[in-house]
Write a protein of this length. Structure first.
Length: 320
């Protein structure tokens, strides 16, 4: 038994918690644990590895059970169904007990040896360190979509990172304790952390081809990510002052509506439509536009408020 495993009863002495969200990654788990354990043992870190099984149907949980039985620093969380990656990370963060929390995907495309560089950046005083995948081994279309996505994210969130969605990250515990993840907001963890004043850094990391299974991401996920990006931007700016955004639309609607109403009076003598069409049509269009937009923003606010009171996932079983 290792020194770290011998100290298992004293949770307060854990240095690092490694959270591994996964869905149908049975072939990779034993190799991934071996690589993580080798790296952190060499660094003389006392650590735990938390596998979060997001509704796998390929026997991944049985592999996690075997790892848990063989290693005292392996823990497992199994969801009743697939709740997606943000929920898996939220569950892992809630159960992590290390002073530093590291996340890594289970597909073996990230190198666990890169964890060392992330931990060093944390030691330099950063609160969150994100990987930046070099020489990506992904299809051309995915690389182009990722570059566009990261460019837009950097501009809109004002967080200057090259790879927002890299699964390899390191956090101080204080950061993960303040994150409120739901939907697919895991893509924007750096932006969410920056809103709370976290110091963020980036480390170049290697990237390997996928050896088993298939990617869980596609064009639909990119579109969802764009919608989530606007959600993050809205929440970061107007969560505590929604009247500002509604006030802008109210002013614009009033100005446009007033202009349309005055057109029959001060406009050209010959209008393309009768005066009644200008007045009624403009009023209706502006009213419906304002209503629909307000409903969408209010719904997002309500989602955030309700999420603060309840978890977005259901755990079926844990291994401690």
């Amino acid at each position: 038994m290792s020194e770290c495993e011998a100290r298992e009863v004293d949770r307060a002495q854990l240095d690092v918690s490694v959270v591994v969200p996964l869905a149908n990654e049975r072939e990779t788990l034993e190799e991934l644990y071996s690589q993580i354990a080798a790296v952190l043992a060499q660094e003389e870190r006392c650590f735990e590895v938390i596998f979060v099984d997001d509704g796998s149907a390929d026997g991944s949980w049985e592999v996690i059970r075997r790892l848990h039985a063989a290693h005292e620093n392996v823990r497992g969380i199994r969801f009743r169904r697939n709740f997606r990656k943000a929920a898996a990370l939220a569950a892992g963060f809630a159960h992590a007990r290390g002073a530093i929390v590291v996340t890594i995907d289970a597909d073996l495309q990230d190198d666990p040896r890169s964890i060392v560089a992330l931990l060093r950046k944390i030691a330099e005083g950063n609160d969150l360190v994100s990987g930046w995948k070099q020489d990506r081994k992904d299809p051309f279309t995915k690389r182009i979509a990722s570059r566009l996505f990261n460019f837009v994210c950097s501009r809109l969130t004002e967080v200057q990172l090259h790879d927002f969605n890299c699964g390899l990250k390191a956090y101080r515990r204080s950061v993960v304790e303040t994150l409120n993840l739901y939907g697919d907001l895991h893509r924007f963890i750096p932006a969410l952390a920056a809103q709370r004043g976290s110091r963020i850094a980036e480390v170049a990391v290697p990237h390997f081809p996928r050896r088993y299974g298939k990617s869980h991401y596609g064009g639909a996920r990119l579109l969802e990510g764009i919608f989530d990006l606007f959600t993050v931007c809205f929440l970061s700016r107007y969560l505590t002052r929604p009247a500002h955004v509604f006030g802008v639309f109210a002013v614009l609607a009033g100005l446009l509506g007033g202009t349309a109403a005055l057109m029959p009076v001060v406009g050209p003598a010959s209008l393309a439509w009768p005066a009644s069409v200008w007045v009624v049509g403009s009023a209706l269009l502006l009213a419906f536009a304002g209503i629909f937009l307000s409903i969408g923003l209010l719904a997002e606010l309500l989602t955030r408020l309700l999420h603060d009171r309840s978890a977005s996932f259901v755990i079926a079983e844990t291994l401690d």
